[in-house]
Design a protein around this ligand. Structure first.
Ligand SMILES: [Fe+2]
Ligand SMILES: [Fe+2]
Ligand SMILES: [Fe+2]
Length: 436
Protein backbone atom coordinates (compact mmCIF):
# COMPACT_ATOMS: atom_id res chain seq x y z
CA UNK A 1 0.00 0.00 0.00
CA UNK A 2 1.35 3.45 -0.89
CA UNK A 3 -0.08 6.80 0.04
CA UNK A 4 -1.35 9.21 -2.61
CA UNK A 5 -0.63 12.76 -1.53
CA UNK A 6 -1.12 15.79 -3.74
CA UNK A 7 0.76 19.08 -3.56
CA UNK A 8 -2.26 20.86 -2.08
CA UNK A 9 -2.70 18.14 0.58
CA UNK A 10 0.98 18.55 1.48
CA UNK A 11 0.78 22.36 1.61
CA UNK A 12 -2.23 22.14 3.91
CA UNK A 13 -0.44 19.68 6.22
CA UNK A 14 2.69 21.81 6.23
CA UNK A 15 0.57 24.84 7.12
CA UNK A 16 -1.04 22.93 10.02
CA UNK A 17 2.43 22.05 11.32
CA UNK A 18 3.81 25.60 10.95
CA UNK A 19 0.67 27.01 12.59
CA UNK A 20 1.41 24.99 15.75
CA UNK A 21 4.23 27.44 16.55
CA UNK A 22 1.47 29.82 17.70
CA UNK A 23 0.99 27.32 20.62
CA UNK A 24 -2.37 28.76 21.84
CA UNK A 25 -3.14 30.91 18.81
CA UNK A 26 -2.92 28.25 16.08
CA UNK A 27 -4.28 28.50 12.47
CA UNK A 28 -2.51 31.80 11.70
CA UNK A 29 -1.29 30.68 8.25
CA UNK A 30 -4.72 29.31 7.39
CA UNK A 31 -6.48 32.52 8.38
CA UNK A 32 -4.04 34.54 6.29
CA UNK A 33 -4.66 32.18 3.36
CA UNK A 34 -8.43 32.54 3.70
CA UNK A 35 -8.28 36.34 3.88
CA UNK A 36 -5.81 36.61 1.00
CA UNK A 37 -7.97 34.26 -1.11
CA UNK A 38 -11.07 36.35 -0.46
CA UNK A 39 -9.24 39.52 -1.50
CA UNK A 40 -7.74 37.94 -4.63
CA UNK A 41 -11.19 36.78 -5.73
CA UNK A 42 -12.47 40.36 -5.40
CA UNK A 43 -9.48 41.62 -7.36
CA UNK A 44 -10.41 39.25 -10.21
CA UNK A 45 -6.96 37.65 -10.34
CA UNK A 46 -6.47 34.62 -12.61
CA UNK A 47 -6.97 31.22 -10.98
CA UNK A 48 -3.29 30.41 -11.59
CA UNK A 49 -2.23 33.47 -9.62
CA UNK A 50 -4.78 32.83 -6.90
CA UNK A 51 -3.49 29.28 -6.39
CA UNK A 52 0.05 30.60 -6.04
CA UNK A 53 -1.08 33.25 -3.55
CA UNK A 54 -3.07 30.66 -1.57
CA UNK A 55 -0.09 28.32 -1.21
CA UNK A 56 2.32 31.16 -0.39
CA UNK A 57 -0.11 32.50 2.26
CA UNK A 58 -0.43 29.07 3.85
CA UNK A 59 3.35 28.77 4.15
CA UNK A 60 4.33 32.44 4.56
CA UNK A 61 5.64 31.83 8.10
CA UNK A 62 7.49 28.56 7.46
CA UNK A 63 10.66 30.39 8.55
CA UNK A 64 9.27 30.76 12.09
CA UNK A 65 9.99 27.76 14.33
CA UNK A 66 10.41 29.44 17.70
CA UNK A 67 7.39 30.49 19.73
CA UNK A 68 9.10 33.71 20.90
CA UNK A 69 9.62 34.84 17.30
CA UNK A 70 5.97 34.08 16.53
CA UNK A 71 4.96 36.14 19.57
CA UNK A 72 7.02 39.15 18.44
CA UNK A 73 5.46 38.97 14.99
CA UNK A 74 1.88 39.07 16.25
CA UNK A 75 2.49 41.55 19.08
CA UNK A 76 3.75 44.45 16.95
CA UNK A 77 2.57 46.05 13.72
CA UNK A 78 6.16 46.19 12.48
CA UNK A 79 9.02 44.41 14.20
CA UNK A 80 12.69 45.04 13.48
CA UNK A 81 13.58 41.35 13.42
CA UNK A 82 10.81 40.41 10.96
CA UNK A 83 13.01 40.09 7.89
CA UNK A 84 14.95 37.10 9.23
CA UNK A 85 12.06 34.67 8.96
CA UNK A 86 11.27 35.96 5.45
CA UNK A 87 14.82 35.11 4.33
CA UNK A 88 14.74 31.74 6.11
CA UNK A 89 11.34 30.88 4.61
CA UNK A 90 12.58 31.92 1.16
CA UNK A 91 15.63 29.65 1.50
CA UNK A 92 13.56 26.68 2.70
CA UNK A 93 11.05 26.99 -0.14
CA UNK A 94 13.73 27.52 -2.76
CA UNK A 95 15.25 24.15 -1.86
CA UNK A 96 12.07 22.25 -2.76
CA UNK A 97 11.46 22.16 -6.54
CA UNK A 98 7.66 21.94 -6.27
CA UNK A 99 7.53 24.97 -3.92
CA UNK A 100 10.24 27.12 -5.51
CA UNK A 101 7.76 29.54 -7.09
CA UNK A 102 6.56 30.58 -3.63
CA UNK A 103 10.01 31.61 -2.39
CA UNK A 104 10.15 35.23 -3.73
CA UNK A 105 6.62 35.94 -2.50
CA UNK A 106 7.49 34.79 1.02
CA UNK A 107 10.77 36.74 0.87
CA UNK A 108 8.99 40.12 0.63
CA UNK A 109 5.90 39.55 2.76
CA UNK A 110 6.97 41.94 5.55
CA UNK A 111 8.39 44.63 3.30
CA UNK A 112 6.77 48.07 3.16
CA UNK A 113 4.87 48.63 -0.10
CA UNK A 114 6.46 52.07 -0.55
CA UNK A 115 9.94 50.54 -0.30
CA UNK A 116 9.56 47.45 -2.49
CA UNK A 117 12.71 46.90 -4.64
CA UNK A 118 12.24 48.61 -8.01
CA UNK A 119 13.33 45.51 -9.94
CA UNK A 120 10.90 43.15 -8.18
CA UNK A 121 8.33 41.62 -10.54
CA UNK A 122 5.02 43.50 -10.11
CA UNK A 123 2.99 40.34 -9.63
CA UNK A 124 5.34 39.09 -6.87
CA UNK A 125 5.23 42.49 -5.11
CA UNK A 126 1.41 42.47 -5.22
CA UNK A 127 1.13 38.94 -3.82
CA UNK A 128 3.70 39.62 -1.09
CA UNK A 129 1.92 42.82 -0.04
CA UNK A 130 -1.53 41.22 -0.04
CA UNK A 131 -0.15 38.55 2.31
CA UNK A 132 1.42 41.34 4.37
CA UNK A 133 -1.95 43.05 4.81
CA UNK A 134 -3.82 39.82 5.61
CA UNK A 135 -1.05 38.91 8.05
CA UNK A 136 -1.27 42.25 9.88
CA UNK A 137 -5.09 42.02 9.86
CA UNK A 138 -4.81 38.69 11.65
CA UNK A 139 -2.51 40.16 14.30
CA UNK A 140 -4.84 43.15 14.77
CA UNK A 141 -7.90 40.88 14.80
CA UNK A 142 -6.53 39.08 17.84
CA UNK A 143 -5.32 42.30 19.45
CA UNK A 144 -8.69 44.11 19.17
CA UNK A 145 -10.68 40.92 19.78
CA UNK A 146 -12.68 41.66 16.66
CA UNK A 147 -14.94 38.63 17.12
CA UNK A 148 -16.29 39.83 20.45
CA UNK A 149 -16.05 43.61 20.29
CA UNK A 150 -17.97 45.34 17.48
CA UNK A 151 -15.72 48.38 17.82
CA UNK A 152 -12.72 46.14 17.13
CA UNK A 153 -13.30 46.26 13.36
CA UNK A 154 -13.27 50.09 13.40
CA UNK A 155 -10.01 50.13 15.32
CA UNK A 156 -8.47 47.53 13.02
CA UNK A 157 -9.51 49.50 9.93
CA UNK A 158 -8.15 52.73 11.42
CA UNK A 159 -4.77 51.02 11.82
CA UNK A 160 -4.83 49.86 8.17
CA UNK A 161 -5.90 53.31 6.93
CA UNK A 162 -2.95 54.90 8.73
CA UNK A 163 -0.63 52.73 6.60
CA UNK A 164 -2.43 53.22 3.27
CA UNK A 165 0.15 53.71 0.53
CA UNK A 166 2.98 53.16 3.02
CA UNK A 167 3.04 49.67 4.53
CA UNK A 168 0.16 48.53 2.29
CA UNK A 169 -0.77 49.18 -1.33
CA UNK A 170 -3.65 51.74 -1.40
CA UNK A 171 -5.95 49.54 -3.55
CA UNK A 172 -5.64 46.73 -1.01
CA UNK A 173 -6.71 48.95 1.90
CA UNK A 174 -9.72 50.12 -0.16
CA UNK A 175 -10.61 46.48 -0.71
CA UNK A 176 -10.34 45.76 3.02
CA UNK A 177 -12.77 48.68 3.64
CA UNK A 178 -15.25 46.96 1.36
CA UNK A 179 -14.93 43.49 2.90
CA UNK A 180 -14.52 44.34 6.61
CA UNK A 181 -18.19 45.19 7.38
CA UNK A 182 -19.22 41.61 6.44
CA UNK A 183 -19.60 39.65 9.67
CA UNK A 184 -19.23 36.34 7.81
CA UNK A 185 -15.70 37.31 6.77
CA UNK A 186 -14.66 37.36 10.44
CA UNK A 187 -16.81 34.39 11.53
CA UNK A 188 -15.13 32.18 8.90
CA UNK A 189 -11.77 32.80 10.60
CA UNK A 190 -12.88 31.28 13.91
CA UNK A 191 -11.34 27.93 14.97
CA UNK A 192 -14.44 25.81 14.31
CA UNK A 193 -15.05 27.37 10.88
CA UNK A 194 -11.60 27.84 9.35
CA UNK A 195 -10.95 24.30 8.04
CA UNK A 196 -14.28 24.02 6.22
CA UNK A 197 -14.05 27.60 4.99
CA UNK A 198 -10.72 26.68 3.35
CA UNK A 199 -12.21 23.51 1.85
CA UNK A 200 -14.77 25.58 -0.03
CA UNK A 201 -12.49 28.33 -1.31
CA UNK A 202 -13.41 28.42 -5.01
CA UNK A 203 -10.17 27.57 -6.81
CA UNK A 204 -8.70 24.60 -8.66
CA UNK A 205 -6.81 22.04 -6.53
CA UNK A 206 -3.90 19.99 -7.81
CA UNK A 207 -4.90 16.37 -7.14
CA UNK A 208 -1.94 14.65 -8.80
CA UNK A 209 -0.06 12.38 -6.38
CA UNK A 210 3.48 13.46 -5.59
CA UNK A 211 6.43 11.21 -6.39
CA UNK A 212 8.54 9.77 -3.56
CA UNK A 213 11.31 12.18 -4.54
CA UNK A 214 8.98 15.15 -4.02
CA UNK A 215 7.71 13.67 -0.75
CA UNK A 216 11.31 13.25 0.39
CA UNK A 217 12.11 16.90 -0.44
CA UNK A 218 9.04 17.94 1.58
CA UNK A 219 10.08 15.63 4.44
CA UNK A 220 13.50 17.30 4.54
CA UNK A 221 11.83 20.72 4.51
CA UNK A 222 9.57 19.77 7.44
CA UNK A 223 12.61 18.35 9.25
CA UNK A 224 14.59 21.58 8.79
CA UNK A 225 11.70 23.60 10.22
CA UNK A 226 11.44 21.28 13.26
CA UNK A 227 15.20 21.24 13.80
CA UNK A 228 15.34 25.06 13.76
CA UNK A 229 13.15 25.02 16.88
CA UNK A 230 16.14 24.76 19.20
CA UNK A 231 19.89 25.11 18.81
CA UNK A 232 20.23 21.84 20.72
CA UNK A 233 18.28 19.82 18.16
CA UNK A 234 20.11 21.08 15.05
CA UNK A 235 19.88 18.36 12.39
CA UNK A 236 18.19 15.90 14.80
CA UNK A 237 15.22 15.06 12.54
CA UNK A 238 17.33 14.98 9.37
CA UNK A 239 19.75 12.60 11.10
CA UNK A 240 17.05 10.40 12.65
CA UNK A 241 15.64 10.04 9.12
CA UNK A 242 19.04 9.02 7.74
CA UNK A 243 19.85 6.64 10.60
CA UNK A 244 16.40 5.02 10.45
CA UNK A 245 16.91 4.33 6.77
CA UNK A 246 20.39 2.96 7.43
CA UNK A 247 19.07 0.61 10.11
CA UNK A 248 16.16 -0.46 7.90
CA UNK A 249 18.69 -1.34 5.17
CA UNK A 250 20.90 -3.27 7.60
CA UNK A 251 17.83 -5.15 8.84
CA UNK A 252 16.90 -6.13 5.29
CA UNK A 253 13.64 -4.21 4.88
CA UNK A 254 12.30 -3.69 1.34
CA UNK A 255 13.19 -0.53 -0.60
CA UNK A 256 9.68 0.83 -0.17
CA UNK A 257 9.80 0.30 3.59
CA UNK A 258 13.25 1.86 3.79
CA UNK A 259 11.97 4.98 2.02
CA UNK A 260 8.90 5.19 4.23
CA UNK A 261 10.88 4.61 7.43
CA UNK A 262 13.16 7.49 6.43
CA UNK A 263 10.14 9.72 5.85
CA UNK A 264 8.69 8.75 9.24
CA UNK A 265 12.08 9.45 10.84
CA UNK A 266 12.24 12.90 9.23
CA UNK A 267 8.77 13.71 10.55
CA UNK A 268 8.75 12.01 13.95
CA UNK A 269 9.10 15.24 15.98
CA UNK A 270 6.74 17.37 13.90
CA UNK A 271 4.51 17.93 16.95
CA UNK A 272 7.44 19.60 18.74
CA UNK A 273 6.56 22.78 16.87
CA UNK A 274 3.85 23.30 19.46
CA UNK A 275 6.23 23.16 22.44
CA UNK A 276 7.04 26.66 23.76
CA UNK A 277 10.77 27.54 23.56
CA UNK A 278 11.07 27.91 27.33
CA UNK A 279 10.00 24.28 27.89
CA UNK A 280 12.14 22.83 25.12
CA UNK A 281 15.27 24.73 26.18
CA UNK A 282 14.78 24.45 29.95
CA UNK A 283 18.00 23.56 31.72
CA UNK A 284 16.48 22.20 34.94
CA UNK A 285 13.97 19.39 35.50
CA UNK A 286 10.57 19.85 33.91
CA UNK A 287 7.61 20.24 36.28
CA UNK A 288 4.50 18.10 35.80
CA UNK A 289 2.72 20.63 33.60
CA UNK A 290 5.79 21.07 31.39
CA UNK A 291 6.21 17.30 31.12
CA UNK A 292 2.63 17.08 29.90
CA UNK A 293 3.33 19.71 27.23
CA UNK A 294 6.42 17.75 26.18
CA UNK A 295 4.53 14.43 26.10
CA UNK A 296 1.93 15.94 23.80
CA UNK A 297 4.37 16.37 20.89
CA UNK A 298 4.12 12.72 19.81
CA UNK A 299 0.33 13.00 19.80
CA UNK A 300 0.49 16.17 17.68
CA UNK A 301 2.80 14.32 15.26
CA UNK A 302 0.19 11.56 15.03
CA UNK A 303 -2.68 13.95 14.31
CA UNK A 304 -0.79 15.83 11.61
CA UNK A 305 0.51 12.71 9.86
CA UNK A 306 -2.71 10.74 10.14
CA UNK A 307 -4.49 13.56 8.32
CA UNK A 308 -1.79 13.58 5.64
CA UNK A 309 -1.11 9.85 5.16
CA UNK A 310 -4.59 8.48 5.91
CA UNK A 311 -4.51 4.73 6.71
CA UNK A 312 -0.85 4.24 5.83
CA UNK A 313 1.03 3.33 9.04
CA UNK A 314 3.68 6.07 8.62
CA UNK A 315 1.79 8.15 11.21
CA UNK A 316 2.05 5.27 13.72
CA UNK A 317 5.75 4.63 13.08
CA UNK A 318 6.58 8.31 13.56
CA UNK A 319 4.29 8.97 16.52
CA UNK A 320 5.29 5.87 18.47
CA UNK A 321 8.93 6.89 18.89
CA UNK A 322 8.54 7.40 22.66
CA UNK A 323 6.60 4.15 23.20
CA UNK A 324 8.52 1.18 24.56
CA UNK A 325 8.18 -2.59 24.47
CA UNK A 326 7.00 -2.75 28.10
CA UNK A 327 4.15 -0.34 27.47
CA UNK A 328 5.54 2.32 29.79
CA UNK A 329 6.37 4.84 27.07
CA UNK A 330 4.08 7.67 25.91
CA UNK A 331 1.56 8.87 24.84
CA UNK A 332 -0.26 5.79 23.44
CA UNK A 333 1.22 3.19 25.83
CA UNK A 334 1.60 0.61 23.06
CA UNK A 335 3.68 -2.44 23.90
CA UNK A 336 5.46 -5.53 22.55
CA UNK A 337 4.02 -6.90 19.33
CA UNK A 338 1.87 -3.81 18.89
CA UNK A 339 5.04 -1.96 17.92
CA UNK A 340 6.14 -2.93 14.37
CA UNK A 341 9.79 -3.09 13.33
CA UNK A 342 9.56 0.33 11.64
CA UNK A 343 8.43 2.03 14.88
CA UNK A 344 11.14 0.18 16.85
CA UNK A 345 13.80 1.35 14.38
CA UNK A 346 12.77 4.98 14.76
CA UNK A 347 12.69 4.68 18.56
CA UNK A 348 16.28 3.36 18.58
CA UNK A 349 17.46 5.94 16.02
CA UNK A 350 15.84 8.74 18.03
CA UNK A 351 17.55 7.79 21.30
CA UNK A 352 20.94 7.12 19.69
CA UNK A 353 20.98 10.40 17.73
CA UNK A 354 19.82 12.40 20.76
CA UNK A 355 22.50 10.83 22.98
CA UNK A 356 25.21 12.00 20.59
CA UNK A 357 23.99 15.61 20.80
CA UNK A 358 24.33 18.09 23.65
CA UNK A 359 21.08 18.87 25.43
CA UNK A 360 20.38 21.82 27.77
CA UNK A 361 20.65 19.43 30.74
CA UNK A 362 23.65 17.23 29.65
CA UNK A 363 26.61 16.93 27.27
CA UNK A 364 26.61 14.71 24.21
CA UNK A 365 28.02 11.19 24.57
CA UNK A 366 30.64 9.42 22.47
CA UNK A 367 29.28 6.73 20.10
CA UNK A 368 30.54 3.96 22.40
CA UNK A 369 28.94 5.55 25.44
CA UNK A 370 25.70 5.97 23.51
CA UNK A 371 25.75 2.30 22.46
CA UNK A 372 26.32 1.30 26.09
CA UNK A 373 23.24 3.31 27.10
CA UNK A 374 21.17 1.66 24.34
CA UNK A 375 22.40 -1.76 25.48
CA UNK A 376 21.26 -0.99 29.01
CA UNK A 377 17.81 0.03 27.83
CA UNK A 378 17.60 -3.04 25.58
CA UNK A 379 18.60 -5.27 28.51
CA UNK A 380 15.52 -3.96 30.34
CA UNK A 381 13.52 -4.96 27.24
CA UNK A 382 12.38 -1.43 26.59
CA UNK A 383 13.84 -1.14 23.07
CA UNK A 384 14.49 -3.83 20.47
CA UNK A 385 17.77 -5.64 21.30
CA UNK A 386 18.28 -6.92 17.76
CA UNK A 387 18.18 -3.41 16.33
CA UNK A 388 20.69 -2.27 18.94
CA UNK A 389 22.96 -5.21 18.06
CA UNK A 390 22.80 -4.29 14.36
CA UNK A 391 23.60 -0.67 15.19
CA UNK A 392 26.58 -1.68 17.35
CA UNK A 393 27.89 -4.11 14.73
CA UNK A 394 27.83 -1.36 12.09
CA UNK A 395 28.71 1.50 14.41
CA UNK A 396 30.81 3.56 11.99
CA UNK A 397 28.12 3.54 9.30
CA UNK A 398 25.45 4.35 11.88
CA UNK A 399 27.46 7.20 13.42
CA UNK A 400 27.97 8.62 9.93
CA UNK A 401 24.21 8.49 9.31
CA UNK A 402 23.43 9.90 12.77
CA UNK A 403 25.87 12.82 12.69
CA UNK A 404 26.99 13.31 9.11
CA UNK A 405 30.55 12.76 10.40
CA UNK A 406 32.70 9.67 10.70
CA UNK A 407 33.16 7.98 14.07
CA UNK A 408 35.84 10.09 15.74
CA UNK A 409 36.06 8.05 18.89
CA UNK A 410 37.25 4.63 17.78
CA UNK A 411 39.94 4.53 20.56
CA UNK A 412 42.26 1.58 21.03
CA UNK A 413 39.85 -0.38 23.23
CA UNK A 414 36.19 -0.14 22.21
CA UNK A 415 33.81 -0.17 25.16
CA UNK A 416 31.02 -1.93 23.25
CA UNK A 417 28.98 -4.10 25.60
CA UNK A 418 29.97 -7.81 25.26
CA UNK A 419 26.45 -9.06 24.50
CA UNK A 420 26.34 -6.82 21.48
CA UNK A 421 29.48 -8.37 20.01
CA UNK A 422 28.41 -11.91 20.83
CA UNK A 423 25.05 -11.47 19.13
CA UNK A 424 26.21 -9.44 16.13
CA UNK A 425 24.08 -10.23 13.09
CA UNK A 426 25.36 -11.73 9.85
CA UNK A 427 26.27 -9.27 7.07
CA UNK A 428 23.33 -7.99 5.04
CA UNK A 429 23.85 -10.30 2.03
CA UNK A 430 23.46 -13.38 4.26
CA UNK A 431 20.31 -12.15 5.97
CA UNK A 432 16.81 -13.02 4.74
CA UNK A 433 15.04 -10.07 3.13
CA UNK A 434 12.13 -8.69 5.09
CA UNK A 435 9.26 -7.44 3.07
CA UNK A 436 8.35 -4.89 5.72
FE1 LIG B 1 2.53 35.72 9.62
FE1 LIG C 1 10.19 13.11 20.24
FE1 LIG D 1 13.27 13.02 18.38
Amino acid sequence: MRYLISLDDAVRALASAVDLVGTDEVHHGKRVALMASTFSEHLGWSSERRVLLYRASMLHDCGVSRSQEHHELVAQMEWEGAEEHCIRGHDYLKSVPILQELAPIVRWHHHRWSEMPADLEESVADMANLICMADRMDALRAHYQVTYHPDGINRLMAALRAEKGHLFKSDFVDLAEEVAPREAFWFSLEPDAIEFALDIVPMPRDRRPLSWHDMHCLGVLFARIIDAKSEFTADHSIRVGALSRRLATLLGLSLQSREDVELAGLLHDLGKLRIPDEVLDKKGTLDLGEKRVMTRHAFETYMLLRRLFGDHPIADWAAWHHENLLGTGYPFRRKGAELPIEARIIAVADVFQALLQDRPYRCGKTPDEAVAVLAEIAAKNQIDGEIVRVLAAHLDACVLAATGKSNRHPGPARKTAPFLLAGAPAPLEERPLRTR
